[in-house]
Design a protein around this ligand. Structure first.
Ligand SMILES: [Zn+2]
Length: 311
């Protein structure tokens, strides 16, 4: 909770001075946009003594509810990667059903934006965090417009997007824009140390200033180790490579393994990297197409040996 606040103090200060209804926070994936959004939501609802930049106290009932991810006035809206039937969706989307209960025919969403905003805040201000504003379809965005222009009970909308150009202009034009940029390596090192972690140089290099990495440390450490293990097995021969691929299959986390794999071959010559990247793209494509995962991982290991000229 306190980490993102301290990594982006200027953004938080600007947000604190903002008097409107909608902010659009833009910046690269995992740079810490959600952390900033939560810090803004905390500052809007805090009833305790503030920090020098207007930061929330971290101890009042509102701040504690937010830390426990159970704040009654904060609603998270995110694109769905799966459909109501549990299948992976071809395209990520925030459907109209997330906005209006009457349009949520399949009862996919527990809370809907429209109905959420009809209720008075428990603390001070209701905050709707749309994490992935580029996935708002025209129908959803249209349903939101009136709410964004005149939010009931003075609610605040926080739209988060990696690419502002992919957000519908109707949303962009009604929001004040704030950029969230990567922090310095030193700031990230400090944040890690403060949180009681060891800031290994490899982790700092992988993080590249993205505060969001701090939220997923254990998964990233595991994924980095798995990627290193595969890399070490590849030159040992076909059988060790296939065995390492099998081990990777069992632990594969689409959120982090692709990136840690690319990270481990960053020092290879460009032509090898390009071929390894293609092999990884093919693996991800096969997994998304429900191909046989074990075959896809075997093919991946062979393609990597090929890419690194180990055959
Ligand atoms: Zn507080």
């Amino acid at each position: 909770m306190s980490l993102p606040t301290t990594l982006h103090p200027q953004v938080l200060e600007q947000a604190g001075a903002f008097g409107g209804n909608a902010l659009l926070l833009s910046g690269p994936a995992r740079v810490g946009k959600l952390g900033v959004a939560l810090a803004i939501a905390a500052a809007q609802n805090c009833s305790g003594p503030r920090g020098p930049g207007g930061e929330a106290c971290g101890a009042c009932p509102s701040c504690r509810a937010l830390s426990a991810r159970s704040h009654p006035d904060v609603l998270h809206v995110e694109p769905r990667a799966t459909t109501a039937t549990g299948k992976a969706a071809r395209r990520k989307l925030i459907p109209i059903g997330a906005i209006l209960e009457a349009r949520d025919k399949a009862h996919e969403f527990e809370v809907h934006v429209f109905e959420f905003l009809e209720v008075r805040p428990t603390h001070r201000r209701r905050v709707v965090i749309v994490n992935g504003a580029e996935y708002l379809g025209a129908e959803s965005a249209n349903a939101l417009l009136k709410l964004v222009e005149e939010p009931p009970h003075g609610a605040l909308f926080l739209f988060l997007a990696e690419d502002v150009r992919a957000v519908l202009p109707t949303i962009v034009s009604r929001s004040a824009r704030l950029g969230v940029t990567p922090a310095s390596d030193r700031a990230l090192e400090h944040a890690l140390t403060r949180a009681g972690h060891t800031p290994e140089p490899e982790l700092i290099e992988f993080a590249a200033g993205r505060a969001g990495v701090l939220d997923d440390l254990e998964k990233i450490r595991t994924a980095l180790q798995d990627a290193r293990d595969l890399g070490a097995a590849l030159p040992d021969g076909l059988l060790p490579a296939l065995e390492a691929a099998e081990a990777l299959e069992k632990r594969f986390d689409p959120a982090w393994h692709p990136e840690t794999l690319r990270f481990t071959w960053r020092h290879h010559p460009a032509h090898q990297r390009a071929r390894a990247d293609s092999a990884l793209d093919a693996l991800q494509g096969a997994l998304e197409a429900y191909a046989s995962p074990s075959l896809a991982f075997q093919v991946f290991a062979l393609a990597l040996r090929d890419a690194f000229e180990l055959t």
